[in-house]
Design a protein around this ligand. Structure first.
Ligand SMILES: Cc1cc2nc3c(=O)[nH]c(=O)nc-3n(C[C@H](O)[C@H](O)[C@H](O)COP(=O)(O)OP(=O)(O)OC[C@H]3O[C@@H](n4cnc5c(N)ncnc54)[C@H](O)[C@@H]3O)c2cc1C
Length: 508
């Protein structure tokens, strides 16, 4: 029987990102996918600011940037949102086809010593107290400490683990085709609402257009096959022309069913990405959410698998990420309602469009769609606890460095502007980097929060979220133990003074 510490089902963006995170932590990971080779189909077409930041935090962004094209906007039900107002190094959507994203992630996985095992479909699983046995393509068996189902919306892993997938059924169908057009529209990007629905036609590669036609109240079965003729006929029904579509390289359909796994974990089986949440692709959030699930889960699973943190650390994955997906489902339901044809939604749309022209509404929706506003329920005491850390420019004894560069190794960082916390880390030096730096500014600009006073220290998780700072309600020792497992054996006298020092800092 083959074995691995972590078995990942599915080599889409979620499974690949998770595999990279685990390999970076040195974990023995086995990725299987039922396809014979990588698909060239591209559902997603772009990555949002927070996903770009996460890639930057791992030093993997450059090839994505060189192959993608920044577009100065996001959108809410196709109403443009201005991301350029947000304090991030990447205030834009990076237009890049999903197939390219996957190829780049797979290349990175290979660099890290991993690979995808194609033609390997998970067909059965069994779990006990010590691990999971998965049946692959019927007869092969793989034993792993944990199995993560990143196997998409129809996840077999989810079903085999007995995890329910409640939600709302589809109310509409969109037909999609990547085609050549004999009579393309004069503009590169056309998107319109008409009486029966809406359509979009955009040039995505030289010679190729993506065509999407949405007809409300027509629901196709998920298994239904769609042809070029179906796509043509739908476009003619809406616009009177089919733009001379021919030579399709991909025809598909999707709906607005919105479902969320009722648990993200059943024993030693976890879910991530579309396996845990599906929704209409309004706002372009699915792949982004899946990749962010992966970065949230990866370091936690690595600490648990290596025995450094207790299994309960994994519970925080669901506590943090399930509400994020729930919010995505709700905002996509709102977006599809806004996209419906008819005088009532026209009026609602006019109102929302006017609101989005104000900075406050643009910022509320824009930081939500771009995921820059996330605040995990980690604790109180300071607005930064549970939020993404800003990418500060830091001066250290070794020179100038960006904060996100300090996260390249995927290890937690204790950023110490007073130089007073080193001894508090004594029991955790195997897993946490202590960095002393000069505090760059007195105030930090945080999307969705505003300007806040800078703190004297920051404990940053490997996913770039702040776990602790001196103003937090919990003390440093507690935060270190909760997030990174108990300290190694150090005599209590070696660490108590440091903790007292922190307590004094809080009191001051
Ligand atoms: C038209 C459209 C446009 C979209 N645009 C965007 C966008 O702009 N931005 C965005 O963020 N998102 C977008 N999305 C959503 C995005 O495509 C998905 O959210 C994303 O693909 C999810 O990634 P995943 O890795 O979780 O799942 P998938 O990409 O579905 O990957 C799952 C993998 O698991 C494999 N698999 C399945 N079953 C098994 C099994 N039993 N054993 C082994 N392997 C298995 C599959 O072969 C597949 O490779 C769009 C979706 C659509 C339909």
């Amino acid at each position: 029987m083959e074995s691995a510490s972590v078995l990942i089902a599915g080599a889409g963006p979620t499974g690949l990102m998770l595999a990279c995170e685990l390999r970076l932590a040195g974990i023995d990971v086995h990725v299987v996918d039922r396809l014979d080779e990588r698909s060239s189909e591209s559902r997603a077409g772009g990555m949002h600011p927070r996903t770009l930041e996460l890639l930057d935090q791992r030093g993997m962004l450059a090839p994505f940037q060189s192959q993608g094209r920044p577009m100065q906007a996001g959108h809410f039900s196709t109403i443009p949102l201005d991301f350029s107002r947000f304090d991030t190094r990447y205030p834009y959507t990076l237009v890049l086809l999903q197939a390219r994203v996957e190829r780049l992630l797979e290349a990175r996985l290979v660099e890290l010593g991993g690979r995808v095992h194609w033609s390997s479909e998970i067909t059965g699983l069994d779990q006990d107290d010590t691990g999971v046995t998965a049946w692959v393509s019927g007869s092969r068996q793989i034993r792993a400490d944990y199995l993560v189902g990143c196997d998409g919306g129809r996840s077999v892993v989810r079903k085999l683990a007995g995890i329910d997938f409640p939600g709302t059924p589809a109310t509409m169908t969109s037909l999609l085709g990547d085609v050549e057009l004999a009579e393309p529209p004069s503009e590169a990007y056309v998107q319109e609402r008409v009486e029966q629905g809406n359509f979009a036609v955009f040039a995505f590669e030289p010679g190729w257009h993506r065509v999407i036609v949405t007809e409300y109240d027509r629901v196709l079965d998920r298994q239904a096959k769609v042809s070029l003729d179906d796509l043509r006929a739908a476009m003619v029904r809406l616009t009177g022309t089919d733009f001379g579509m021919h030579n399709p390289r991909w025809i598909s359909h999707f709906g607005d069913a919105a479902r969320l796994a009722d648990r993200y974990r059943s024993g030693r089986v976890l879910l991530a990405g579309d396996a845990a949440h599906i929704h209409f692709p309004a706002g372009g959030q699915g792949m982004n959410t899946g990749m962010q699930d992966a970065v949230n889960l990866g370091w936690k699973l690595a600490l648990v698998v290596t025995g450094r943190a207790p299994e309960t650390l994994l519970d925080s994955y669901e506590t943090e990420r399930r509400p994020v997906a729930d919010r995505v489902l709700r905002n996509t339901r709102a977006q599809t309602l806004l996209g419906r044809p008819g005088p009532h939604s026209d009026a609602l749309r006019e109102t929302v469009t006017a609101l989005i022209e104000t900075d406050a509404a643009n910022d509320t929706l824009g930081t939500m769609i771009s995921a820059l506003d996330l605040k995990y329920p980690i604790g109180d005491g300071h607005p930064l606890v549970g939020r993404r850390v800003p990418d500060l420019d830091l001066k250290t004894a070794d020179g100038t460095v960006r904060l996100y560069e300090l996260l390249h190794r995927g290890r937690p960082v204790l950023l110490d502007f007073d130089g007073s916390l080193g001894s508090a880390l004594e029991g955790w030096t195997d897993r946490i980097d202590h960095i002393e730096a000069i505090r760059p500014t007195d105030r930090w600009a945080i999307p969705a929060v505003g300007d806040i006073p800078a703190s004297a220290a920051l404990l940053i998780r490997p996913d770039g979220y702040v776990a602790w700072l001196p103003e937090a309600a919990a003390d440093l020792h507690t935060a270190l133990t909760i997030w990174f497992g108990p300290e190694l054996d150090v005599p209590p006298t070696a660490r108590r003074p440091a903790v007292l020092q922190v307590t004094c800092a809080i009191a001051l």
